[in-house]
Design a protein around this ligand. Structure first.
Ligand SMILES: Nc1ncnc2c1ncn2[C@@H]1O[C@H](COP(=O)(O)OP(=O)(O)OP(=O)(O)O)[C@@H](O)[C@H]1O
Ligand SMILES: [Mg+2]
Length: 297
């Protein structure tokens, strides 16, 4: 299979992104989706448009190689446990000041194929059918060594009706001793120092832990239906989830969970915006991340 992007494509992409970081003007970049940590952009290449996600810079080749091996293992592990990941390639180039810049590249999925759109466009029976497949995939994959962020925005339905998992930038695999294989410090380094204790607390302790527990992943999925404005389906989907894990769920637990989760992420985004203002306005330095605008929670 030919690669999704060439070295020239990558050079042009990185120029455009570096320009946005340096000037604070990102109007020439087309954002496909803002996640809590990174953003996914559409990028035109000679072979057609692709979806690209810029990763935090890697301080050296060894750290990049370890990450590349981990992404490779994660894609294989998903497929081995019956979750079809979206075709994903990892491309890299040396960073001007040393280290490695890397992007994850995927084909652009049609907007109408993204799971939030699929669920929003359908009726309750459609929502139950889609969630049943996601919940079965979660329960079949997740255990204390295999983690997954199963929220609705991480799935798509392909042209043949197959379920696809798209969010593979944070591979959640633990080794035999139970240690996280992802180098938390590389991902932490992408954050301003003032945020690291918050994120270390939020991400590494609470947030990562729940992704290795099927019940935690399903609770997170259900809570996120508020953010997706699909909470009208909660009563029906609660039943689907409750049939798969013990104890089951009730609305109160889901609401309480979501309020706590939304508060944590909103705080993180506020801190990042403050840091951006500080870096640009006071330190006169480029701010090397694309932040979401206001997220309605
Ligand atoms: N290949 C793609 N084609 C079209 N849209 C995409 C594609 N990949 C991602 N998106 C959009 O961007 C959103 C964010 O992508 P993704 O889930 O990979 O990142 P994320 O949630 O920011 O991950 P993290 O928070 O772990 O960094 C998706 O929910 C989807 O709407
Ligand atoms: Mg995501």
């Amino acid at each position: 299979m030919t690669a999704l992007v060439t070295a020239d494509d990558l050079a042009a992409l990185e120029d455009a992104v570096a320009h946005a970081f340096a000037t604070g003007d990102d109007r020439h970049l087309k954002v496909l989706g803002y996640g809590e940590i990174s953003s996914v952009l559409a990028w035109d290449t000679a072979r057609g448009p692709v979806a690209v996600k810029r990763l935090p810079p890697f301080p050296d080749a060894a750290r990049f190689d370890a990450y590349a091996a981990l992404v490779h293992d994660y894609l294989a592990s998903l497929a081995a446990r019956l979750i079809a990941p979206v075709r994903t390639e990892l491309v890299s180039r040396p960073a001007p000041g040393g280290g490695t810049i890397a992007y994850l590249v995927q084909p652009i999925l049609a907007a109408a194929s993204l799971a939030p759109r699929v669920m929003a466009a359908g009726d309750e029976a459609g929502a139950v059918a889609l969630f049943t497949r996601i919940a079965d995939a979660v329960v079949g994959y997740v255990d204390d060594r295999h983690g997954l962020d199963g929220q609705l925005s991480n799935w798509a339905v392909d042209a043949e009706g197959g379920l696809r998992y798209l969010d593979v930038s944070t591979p959640m695999l633990r080794d035999a001793a139970g240690a996280e294989r992802l180098d938390g410090d590389v991902f932490m380094a992408s954050l301003p120092w003032a945020l690291r204790p918050v994120v270390r607390r939020l991400l590494l302790r609470d947030i990562l832990a729940k992704y290795y527990d099927p019940r935690g992943v399903l609770l997170d999925f259900l809570g996120n239906l508020y953010k997706e404005r699909l909470d009208r389906h909660l009563p029906a989907l609660l039943e689907v989830a409750s049939a798969r894990v013990t104890p089951g769920f009730d609305l109160r637990e889901v609401r309480r969970y979501y309020r706590g989760d939304a508060r944590s992420w909103a705080l993180l985004q506020r801190l990042r915006r403050m840091d951006r203002a500080w870096q640009r306005g006071v330190r006169r330095r480029p701010y090397p991340f694309l932040l979401p605008g206001r997220i309605d929670r």
